[in-house]
Design a protein around this ligand. Structure first.
Ligand code: ZN
Length: 246
């Protein structure tokens, strides 16, 4: 039987930026992506939560984990420890979500294993405490809870990758070769609000046959996304930061 080689697009931190998401999905089609997965934060920060949620749900099926914005936007709880900018958009997003879509976000799992890889939004050691993995020490803690050879994550919006082969090494990356016997913890960057100083949308392609992970950077119409934020009456800073990639 003939098998099409599986090429997974791993999307993360879409954050209601449909202009960026559509540019990414066009690139996915050009790159021969066959499957889709998402490491969470479908909503928050930007102005198009509903179509972004619907696109991710349709494309990824069960391959989606919950992000902290998905969590708080779909529950009525008080917002503790949220940045004022993020908080304003969370309150707005709660009003946009109907009960069926809010229930979908509440139903998303903390972690998920797909084929040979795991996914989590923040860290594997305590997924719902929303810690950040920026450095090797933080990666080491998450690795001790990682059963699969590869785990994709998001949350920091900075595309970093860590490899554990005895010691942990890592940092920014573009192309990775997955070596058997080692473990990998890979941040796929953010589709909708990059924070590494590069304003282009980010996502990764995991080719299961070639054992490669490629970080993709995709230009999109930032001015169009900013206009939608301003037209919705959301904080100006949410629009301004898109151009800076911060
Ligand atoms: Zn996020």
């Amino acid at each position: 039987m003939y098998h099409v080689p599986r090429r997974y697009a791993i999307l993360g931190d879409v954050h209601a930026n449909l202009v960026a998401l559509e540019a990414v999905l066009a690139d996915c089609r050009e790159q021969g992506v066959t499957n889709y997965a998402c490491v969470g934060d479908l909503v928050g920060y930007n102005a198009q939560p509903i179509p972004c949620l619907d696109r991710i749900r349709e494309l990824c099926g069960p391959n989606v984990v919950v992000g902290n914005h998905d969590f708080v936007c779909s529950r009525p709880d008080p917002l503790l420890g949220f940045h004022p900018l993020a908080k304003a958009v969370v309150l707005w997003t709660r009003e946009q979500l109907d009960s069926e879509r809010a229930e979908y976000l509440r139903s998303l799992p903390e972690t998920r294993t797909v084929e040979t890889f795991m996914m989590v939004h923040a860290t594997l050691d305590d997924p719902l405490s929303w810690g950040y993995v920026f450095d090797k020490l933080e990666a080491e803690v998450s690795f001790s809870y990682q059963m699969a050879p590869v785990c994709f994550y998001g949350h920091s919006h900075v595309p970093t990758a860590f490899e554990k082969a005895g010691i942990v090494r890592g940092g920014l990356y573009r192309n990775l070769l997955i070596t058997p016997g080692r473990k990998y913890l890979i941040n796929v960057g953010s589709v909708g609000q990059p924070r590494d100083g590069d304003p282009r949308a980010a996502y990764a392609i995991y080719d299961l046959a070639a054992n490669t992970v490629e970080l993709r950077r995709i230009p999109y119409d930032i001015a169009a996304a900013q206009k939608l934020i301003r037209d919705a009456g959301l904080p100006e800073q949410a629009a301004a930061r898109l151009a800076q990639g911060r």
